[in-house]
Design a protein around this ligand. Structure first.
Ligand code: ATP
Length: 356
């Protein structure tokens, strides 16, 4: 295999920075997406996800750094020469064109011959369940069907890399879950590299091979969903992943070891953990009659298969959540003890970094 073939679909970003006036939207961003990976850019509003996608697509020039695509330096290449397809949040279909015309619009603009356009249209429409809808106008489609046409418009380009910026944000919750699966399945079937932007951690965790969490223009953590869950690198990552996310508690020095602040008499970690931040996943605690962390229920939320408890720990200086299976009618004020998981997450209280 030649190098060019081996790196088809590969993305390498080297020390990217992007500054708007004095605003650093991207700062020292380096990232590798191997061919065929589903990479999700995750993070809160304004962290730089869309800017990163736009630099990757060639719609913005980086202030510093390099963009390598398919094994070549693409930093100076115009968008059309990058071999990248894109789906935006506002997927605006042309209302006066049919579904078929909408799908092949980009091919036509790029001068792809008529026979080739027709062949690709048939292939794409068949694959995406749009074959029976080709003569309709966008206004005659449901929201989900319109979304599928927007995806088809990207798929028909047959590019090795596809970028999507919050493509599901206009859909209702149920449809969004369906489309997640559909996009993931499509990406795998086509074997393309996907870079997908979302601020929804559940979307990221369910779709991605690789999650890139961003914060203030920098990469906070770049890992598989399983690694993110098992070993969040910082308190920021810890509090971004999970439903509800990890509870973070201050540890102080106690007689037998480190205790949660305000809950004396129950050591939760070795003495040298005093001063650190303890992370506890709400689904990893269990109510117990034996030794456990003393808490007082502030609110109980019944979700069907489980109950989520918001609890004050000890004297109430710290709060945490507990997710326990089944229905528990626990009025506010109920006191109980929670058994903690054997493996603890500890973070430096100042830097927020995970302690080894
Ligand atoms: P969201 O989820 O809200 O879309 P995001 O993570 O995609 O947010 P970006 O849109 O990349 O964030 O924006 C990152 C930062 O750069 C923000 O502070 C934004 O205000 C700023 N920014 C983005 N584009 C421009 C621009 N063209 N001019 C000036 N500032 C910009």
């Amino acid at each position: 295999m030649s190098t060019a073939t081996a790196s088809r679909g590969e993305i390498r970003l080297r020390s990217l920075a992007k500054t708007f006036d004095t605003m650093r939207a991207l700062d020292e961003v380096s990232l590798v997406a191997a061919p065929g990976r589903f990479v999700v850019l995750l993070g809160p509003s304004g962290c730089g996800k869309s800017t990163l996608l736009r630099v990757l697509a060639g719609l913005e020039a980086p202030t510093q750094g390099e963009v390598w695509i398919n094994g070549r330096d693409a930093t100076a290449l115009p968008p059309a020469a990058r071999g990248i397809a894109m789906v935006f949040q506002s997927y605006a279909l042309f209302p006066h064109l049919s579904v078929a015309e909408n799908i092949v619009f980009g091919l036509r603009a790029r001068g792809v011959a008529k026979a080739e356009r027709a062949a690709r249209l048939t292939r794409t429409a068949g694959m995406m369940g749009l074959a029976g809808l080709l003569d309709r106008r966008p206004s005659q489609l449901s929201g989900g069907q319109q979304q599928r046409v927007a995806l088809a418009r990207a798929v028909v380009a047959e590019a090795p890399i596809c970028l999507m910026d919050e493509p599901l944000s206009n859909l209702d919750a149920k449809l969004r879950t369906e489309m997640r699966r559909e996009i993931r399945a499509l990406q795998q079937r086509l074997g393309i590299t996907m870079v997908y932007v979302t601020h929804d951690q559940a979307e990221a965790m369910s779709m991605a091979d690789q999650v890139v969490l961003m914060r203030d223009g920098r990469i906070e953590q770049d890992a598989t969903p399983a690694e993110f869950y098992a070993r969040p690198a910082t308190t920021f990552a810890a509090s971004f992943i999970g439903t509800p996310p990890m509870s973070l508690l201050r540890l102080t020095q106690g007689a037998q070891g480190a205790e949660v602040a305000g809950a004396p008499g129950f050591a939760v970690a070795p003495a040298n953990a005093a001063g650190a931040t303890l992370g506890i996943r709400p689904e990893e605690v269990t109510p117990t009659d034996g030794a456990g962390l003393p808490v007082r229920v502030m609110a109980a939320e019944f979700l069907g298969a489980e109950t989520v408890l918001a609890c004050a720990v000890g004297d109430g200086a710290e709060v945490m959540q507990a997710r326990i299976p089944g229905h528990h009618a626990l009025p506010a004020g109920t006191t109980l003890r929670l058994r903690l998981p054997p493996a603890l997450h500890l973070f430096d209280a100042t830097s927020g970094r995970r302690l080894p």
